[in-house]
Design a protein around this ligand. Structure first.
Ligand code: MTE
Ligand code: MO
Length: 159
C-alpha cells in the first residue's frame, strides 16, 4: 500500500507494515519525544524499537536487526540483543512527516552510538530513509563504510 512507510519482516511471527498514522497511534509510553535531547544535531519524535518488536515477535532465529534504505541502497546489520533497548524509529517533526533532509520519512537512531567504525552499534548504523527492518539469521546486508576513505566519500556524497 502506498501509505506504508516501514515494513518489518524476516524472522518474525507477525510481519508488520506501518503508516504515518500507525506511528502516531502507538501508546504514549512508546513515544520518544524530541530526539535532540540526546542527539543535538538531529530532530524529531519517534517510537521505541521495543514497541515494534513486541508487535512482530522475533523468532529465536532472528538474531540481527538489518536496516534497509532502498532510496540510496544503504544497509546496516546490528546484533538484536545489543540494539533492542537502544533503538528509536523517528517518524515526525512538528507533527508532520519527517522530511528527507532529516533522514525521513523514517530514520533509525541509536540512543548512544559509538563513533563511526568503532563498534557494531556506531553512528553509521543510524540509517536514514529506512523502509524495511528485517530480522535476520546472523548478520545480514551491511554497506557501512569499511575504511576512512569510504566513509569520507559517503559523507561528501550526502552534502
Ligand atoms: N540511508 C543512509 N543512512 C545513513 C548513511 C547513508 O549514507 N545512507 N550514512 C550513515 C553514516 S556513515 C552516518 S555517520 C550517519 C550520519 O547521520 P547525520 O547526517 O544525521 O549526521 O548516517 C548514517 N545513515
Ligand atoms: Mo558514519
Amino acid at each position: 500500500m502506498v501509505d506504508q512507510l516501514l515494513r518489518i519482516d524476516g524472522e518474525v511471527e507477525q510481519p508488520l507494515e506501518l503508516s504515518f498514522h500507525d506511528f502516531q497511534m502507538f501508546d504514549e509510553e512508546d513515544q520518544v519525544k524530541d530526539v535532540s535531547r540526546f542527539h543535538p544535531t538531529r530532530q524529531g519524535d519517534g517510537i521505541t524499537l521495543n514497541s515494534i518488536l513486541e508487535r512482530v515477535k522475533p523468532k529465536p532465529t532472528g538474531t540481527y536487526l538489518t536496516l534497509h534504505a532502498t532510496a540510496d541502497d544503504f544497509a546496516a546489520s546490528v546484533p538484536l540483543e545489543a540494539v533492542r533497548d537502544e533503538g528509536i524509529v523517528v517518524y515526525q517533526l512538528n507533527g508532520e512527516r519527517l522530511p528527507v533532509s532529516k533522514g525521513g520519512p523514517i530514520r533509525f537512531l541509536i540512543r548512544d552510538p559509538a563513533a563511526c567504525r568503532t563498534d557494531e552499534l556506531d553512528d553509521c548504523a543510524n540509517v536514514k530513509f529506512v523502509d524495511r527492518i528485517e530480522l535476520t539469521v546472523g548478520k545480514g546486508r551491511d554497506t557501512r563504510p569499511e575504511d576512512e576513505e569510504q566513509h569520507e566519500s559517503l559523507h561528501r556524497a550526502q552534502q
